[in-house]
Ligand binder design. Structure first.
Ligand SMILES: [Zn+2]
Length: 357
């Protein structure tokens, strides 16, 4: 049989095209990991997330001033580490300078798509008395926040969800001093029987922090901003509203007026990361409570705490910054299906891998 060379070459061309389009398709749909980067903002908070769908969410924006040190550090991680140009979402957990102070410097450098917060005193439907620490209308940072977020804000309440693309689920567990309702038929948490007593009521904005849980498959990440003791207990007593988590952002920079031991035991984290500063947070008690967690595989800190002893610090190899200039981040890379995650200090640190629960 005489071969039709023209057809053959067309066939070859077609199969090459099909192969190419297959490759393009598989490249387009290649599963990307979930990234969670703990940016060092020297005892403030700035946790930058990039979802498998490429959406970016910043939880808190660090301190203001200092020649925009913190916005610059955040933008460096966004653009140079995660290779993204835009912040799709900015969530400010509460109205303290070390959590929303970086907004003005950030807004000058990157587009911010949507702002999520616990409300401003002038918002309709909020209790203006529930803003003990502002931000007042004439407050410099308050003016900057209102200008940057105008027309792009959403107020979050306990039980809300932030809609993200793909399989990421974001639940607001508490906000403005209220925790979400317990699901029907939830079982009592037996750890509450030995829970330490409440402390005096915290009248600061810390107690009003937004508490968020991120879920991707089996993987869970918990960030409570600077939430304090009594409301922390309400998250897990009488019933555990959070469930168990894989990654625990050590609350309130590791201060021991937060990190209620019953909350930590109930969350039963696999890895904890503390966003402390050179002399802020990282309390000896918090380090001790972390060490008492039965299933904690590793605890990392952004800084060595110069105010406590070597024994009361986390291990040097688990600490990102040993000098007071800082700037080194901690990066968590979660498998696209949430089954495992890797933690690394900075761009070149040794990677440790952990399995999700
Ligand atoms: Zn703080």
């Amino acid at each position: 049989m005489k071969l039709n060379l023209r057809c053959l070459s067309r066939l070859a061309l077609l199969s090459t095209l099909a192969l190419t389009s297959l490759q393009v398709t598989s490249q387009t749909h290649a599963a990307e990991p979930l990234e969670i980067v703990f940016v060092d903002v020297m005892g403030g908070a700035a946790t930058l997330i990039c979802t498998p769908e490429g959406e970016t969410i910043l939880l808190d924006s660090g301190w203001p001033g200092l020649d925009d040190r913190d916005p610059k550090r955040i933008v460096y991680v966004l653009k140079e580490v995660l290779k993204k140009e835009k912040l799709d979402h900015l969530l400010s957990t509460h109205w303290h300078t070390d959590h929303y102070g970086g907004v003005e410097g950030l807004a000058k450098r990157v587009e911010i798509g949507r702002f999520w917060d616990r409300g401003l005193p002038e918002d309709p439907g909020v209790d203006p008395a529930n803003f003990p620490d502002g931000p007042k209308m004439d407050d410099k940072l308050g003016i900057a926040y209102r200008a940057a977020s105008k027309g792009k804000r959403t107020v979050l309440k306990a039980g809300d969800h932030i809609p993200l693309k793909g399989d990421m689920k974001v639940t607001i567990l508490a906000a403005s001093g209220k925790v979400m309702a317990a699901p029907a038929n939830s079982k009592p948490n037996t750890l509450c029987e030995t829970a330490p007593a409440d402390k005096n009521k915290d009248d600061s904005d810390n107690a009003l922090s937004i508490v968020t849980k991120f879920q991707l498959g089996k993987f869970d990440f918990f960030d409570a901003g600077d939430l304090t003791w009594n409301i922390e207990r309400q998250l897990v007593c009488p019933t555990n509203l959070v469930g168990e988590v894989d990654l625990y952002q050590v609350t309130h920079h590791g201060m021991d007026i937060s990190n209620h031991p019953t909350l930590m035991k109930s969350l039963n984290p696999g890895v904890a990361i503390m966003n402390n500063g050179p002399r802020k947070g990282g309390s000896a008690n918090t380090v001790k409570w972390l060490r008492e967690l039965p299933n904690l595989k590793a605890a990392y800190a952004l800084h060595k705490n110069a105010g406590t002893s070597e024994a009361d610090n986390l291990a040097p190899e688990m600490t990102a910054n040993h000098d007071i200039q800082g700037g080194q981040f901690i990066r968590v890379t979660v498998a696209p299906d949430g089954s495992s995650y890797k933690v690394r200090i900075g761009a070149y640190g040794k990677e440790a891998e952990y399995q999700s629960k």
